[in-house]
Design a protein around this ligand. Structure first.
Ligand code: Q46
Ligand code: ZN
Ligand code: ZN
Length: 320
């Protein structure tokens, strides 16, 4: 297996590009793909203040690293979700990365700031963990970007993520979500500009980039992801990709080129009709926003449940 550029020994094959690369040229390829996405979608300029949402995983650390190497100054934002050892290790990986490079990292701990963590919030609000988690993260990302006046909020969503979300939305023709599936969502009505510079690179490339660059990331998957529909969509797309290399890239980028604009009007009019939450000021369709309602339910005193033995003793008047 030889590198497409220098004919030296290749370390990775990319069937979707019909190419193999040595470490040096793979590194250059990753930087070029990100630079291409930033330019093509007019994501941001050299003087913009950028905030990267960092989880400690490969994608967010890689995008933060690549932006710095491309000459963009970006700060990080880490949200402590309180998902046991997984969150402990994610926080450590993020802090170690920021410290080693002298980067500014904002940290928001869900429990200390808002009084609940993801498992508690999910139970109390009777929402799936990823739903409570996603809602909390989105609210915090938007608020910190607004408060500190960042020009763009950057996330590490890669091609596999975007193709899987598109696949799920197309399966059910969720037109209100399809309009949001752009690599750039413009700022407006209380939302910061949101951008995804890794859309041209897949999960496998990002893991390889981190390994070859010596970036120590949180390798374990979140334990609450089990049963998450997107994992199933990713597996289905990987299966298709193995039989038809390049299918994932074409599925997403042909959608952007040929269909995305048809769904944007719905999203824009939804956004324009939002008003500030009566409690926190974040944009919401009306009244109190979904995040404030989640906080209220997650932090409400929970009824004390007695074990069957204690209940029997209590009912029969026995001492407890
Ligand atoms: S962290 Fe949160 Fe993910 Fe874990 S609970 Fe689900 S959404 S899987 S990116
Ligand atoms: Zn080479
Ligand atoms: Zn609110």
């Amino acid at each position: 297996m030889k590198c497409r550029v220098c004919r030296g020994a290749a370390v990775i094959d990319l069937p979707q590009h019909n190419a193999n690369f040595c470490a040096e040229h793979f590194d250059r390829f990753c930087l070029e793909q990100v630079a291409k996405a930033i330019k093509k979608f007019k994501m941001f300029g050299p003087n913009d203040r950028l905030l990267v949402a960092v989880s400690g995983g490969k994608d967010s650390l890689a995008v933060w690293d690549i932006l710095g190497r491309l000459g963009y100054a970006a700060d990080g934002l880490y949200v402590g979700l309180g998902i046991g050892e997984y969150s402990d290790a994610s926080g450590e990986a993020t802090r170690a990365f920021a410290t080693s490079r002298g980067l500014t990292l904002h940290e928001v701990d869900l429990r200390s700031e808002y009084g609940y963590n993801v498992p508690e919030g999910s139970r109390a609000a009777k929402r799936a963990p990823c739903s409570a988690c996603g809602l909390s993260k989105r609210h915090i990302f938007d608020s910190v970007a607004r408060e500190h006046d960042y020009d763009a909020l950057i996330t590490g969503h890669n091609l596999d993520d975007e193709a899987a979300v598109l696949f799920g939305n197309v399966l059910r023709w969720q037109t209100e979500y399809l309009g949001r599936q752009m690599p750039v969502l413009p700022a407006g009505n209380g939302f910061p500009r949101k951008v995804k510079p890794l859309v041209r690179l897949g999960e496998r490339e990002m893991a390889a980039y981190c390994v070859l660059s010596g970036i120590e990331y949180q390798i374990d998957e979140c334990p609450m992801a089990a049963g998450n529909k997107h994992l199933g969509y990713k597996e289905a797309l990987n299966d298709i990709e193995s039989k038809s290399p390049g299918a994932k890239f074409a599925f997403y980028f042909e959608y952007l080129a040929k269909a995305a604009e048809h769904f944007q009007a719905t999203t824009e009019s939804d956004r324009d009709s939002l008003e500030p939450c009566v409690n926190c000021g974040s944009p919401t369709p009306s009244g109190t926003c979904a995040f404030c309602r989640l906080v209220e339910r997650a932090t409400a005193p929970q009824p004390i449940t007695m074990s069957p033995t204690r209940r029997r003793r209590s009912e029969s008047g026995q001492p407890q």
